[in-house]
Design a protein around this ligand. Structure first.
Ligand SMILES: Cc1cc2nc3c(=O)[nH]c(=O)nc-3n(C[C@H](O)[C@H](O)[C@H](O)COP(=O)(O)OP(=O)(O)OC[C@H]3O[C@@H](n4cnc5c(N)ncnc54)[C@H](O)[C@@H]3O)c2cc1C
Length: 474
């Protein structure tokens, strides 16, 4: 392990840590003050709802016992005196997914991220350990995998996204963790990624890091694991043996221009290469070759009417040999949603196939007794646990108001947070909202890589998640 990571004041202030990351004690004290401000501000996500007795009689069903589902269940159980809440969640283990990048970089162990689902289910809620197979919002009924039917008055959807490994030709989930193909997007995969990075430091070679064209959980994660690979190779004095190339399907590094520019600069400073607009479409695990699709534009015929040449767009393919391939799988809404009436049903783009809820109130556009949050929500970004933390109090207030016959007026502003780990000891905290501009919660230049955000990411976010968010108090 690179370091020992459990949060105590002594550890943060220990000179050995400060020296390791090149931070003076004076700067550390200043930055920790900012961190205090951040966590205090975080607590203000609490929205006080006035709860009428109608909520006691309402049957509320929550689909998904992940970050969003548990966060909402905990808040509802606090707000309603005698709640009638059922959580439908198939897994008996709950994973703190944001920690998987840290496992991939050798900073945490996988076991530190896993707790029994039962320990997070609020005592006043009922848990059905099944998957939803079908949802019919017209008759307010859910069919489970075991054939059981569950009825609801109000429904909260937070089933996350599914990984579509098979959309990459030649690749199946079972290939992850073998023969140089790795991914931090599964817990087991993140442990194996760390083993691979250590091995790669001995052998060197070509490493590719993919980012698909679909919306993904935590848009920064594919880059974070690349930065950590770079940093580890440097520590081992093996960086010159390796070529690291980022291959995103999109043509930009980040949706927010300020962070986009900063990331390009960080890549150049580290000699990290990139092939923009390159979508991983095929893997030949036997030959260890990855094929990427990319668009080219050619000059066509002269158009007399428009007085310009026609532009012809074509897709071409390039196949590259790899020693280490980090795959971020294409993602989509879970299948039961795809076959239901609660998703947007227009266009072909994957973000148009997510839950059709109002992006501010989180209430479904057509079914007013349905609310949604988390990764399955049809918003362009907001696929982070940090967004869920801000969505949950808005959703709970609006749901309680609707039960009480009022209009939902609380609004989610699109807050998204992505702590981009740029090395061991540095993080650029990318925070933004629906305006598409940086929205730093503390008054520090958000494009700077800072030790303080490393402390937040590595030491504080996990306790905030388990002891704050999952208990409905933060
Ligand atoms: C590698 C990685 C790195 C990340 N890094 C960060 C980060 O640094 N910061 C950050 O804020 N966020 C990060 N995230 C994102 C964060 O974990 C998610 O945004 C968050 O978990 C979304 O919550 P959710 O409730 O929508 O989905 P989830 O937490 O995934 O929960 C969905 C739940 O629904 C259940 N479910 C699925 N289908 C069904 C069904 N048919 N019936 C019933 N239940 C079902 C699942 O079992 C699951 O428990 C990261 C995620 C990953 C994978």
């Amino acid at each position: 392990m690179i370091n020992e990571y459990s949060f105590t004041k002594e550890k943060i202030m220990k000179d050995v840590i400060l020296e390791q990351f090149g931070v003076s004690r004076r700067d550390a004290i200043k930055q920790l003050g900012a961190l205090g401000l951040l966590t205090t501000t975080s607590a203000s996500t609490q929205i006080e709802a006035s709860v009428s007795s109608k909520a006691n009689n309402a049957k509320i069903v929550i689909v998904g016992g992940g970050a969003g589902g548990i966060c909402v269940a905990a808040r509802l159980c606090r707000a309603i005196k005698n709640p009638n809440i059922t959580i439908i969640e198939p897994n008996d283990k709950h994973i703190y997914q944001a920690g998987q990048t840290l496992v991939g970089g050798g900073i945490k162990k996988a076991s530190q991220l896993v707790v029994d689902e039962e320990s997070l289910i609020p005592s006043k809620a009922k848990w059905i350990q099944q998957s939803v197979k079908n949802l019919d919002p017209d008759i307010q009924k859910i069919e489970l995998n075991n054939g059981e039917i569950v009825e609801y008055d109000y429904l909260v959807l937070s089933p996350g996204m599914q990984y579509d490994w098979g959309k990459i030709e030649g690749l199946a989930k079972d290939d992850i963790g073998k023969d140089g193909i790795h991914s931090i997007y599964t817990l087991e995969g993140s442990t194996k990624t760390w083993a691979m990075i250590q091995e790669f430091a001995k052998t060197g070679g070509n490493a590719y890091f993919s980012h698909p064209s679909t919306p993904i959980k935590c848009g920064g994660a594919p880059k974070k694991i690349m930065y950590l690979t770079d940093a580890y190779l440097r520590r081992q004095k093996a960086r010159d043996k390796a070529v690291l190339t980022f291959c995103p399907a999109s043509k930009s590094m980040f949706t927010v221009p300020e962070f986009d520019k900063a990331i390009y600069e960080q890549f150049h400073a580290r000699d990290m290469k990139y092939n923009m607009g390159h979508d991983l479409v095929k893997v030949d695990k036997y030959k260890k070759e990855a094929t990427f699709a990319y668009e080219v534009q050619r000059q066509g015929e002269w158009d007399d009417l428009l007085e310009e040449y026609e532009i012809i767009k074509e897709i071409e393919y390039i196949t590259q040999p790899y020693d280490f391939l980090h795959v971020t799988p294409p993602m989509s809404a879970p299948d039961f949603l795809k076959s239901s009436k609660v998703i947007y049903n227009q266009g072909s783009s994957a973000d148009l196939k997510m839950i059709n809820a109002d992006k501010y109130t989180l209430q479904h556009q057509s079914y007013k007794n349905i609310f949604a949050l988390g990764d399955a929500l049809g918003t362009p970004f907001c696929k982070t646990g940090g967004s869920v933390r801000k969505q949950a109090p808005v959703l709970v207030q609006n749901l309680l108001d609707v039960i009480d016959g009022k209009e939902p007026i609380a609004k989610f502003d699109g807050y998204t947070v992505c702590p981009i780990i740029t090395g061991y000891g540095t993080v650029m905290l990318a925070e933004f909202d629906y305006t598409g501009r940086p929205t730093p919660i503390v008054p520090l230049d958000p494009t700077q890589e800072r030790w303080i955000w490393w402390m937040l990411k590595v030491y504080m976010l996990e306790p905030i998640y388990f002891y704050g968010m999952m208990r409905g108090i933060m």
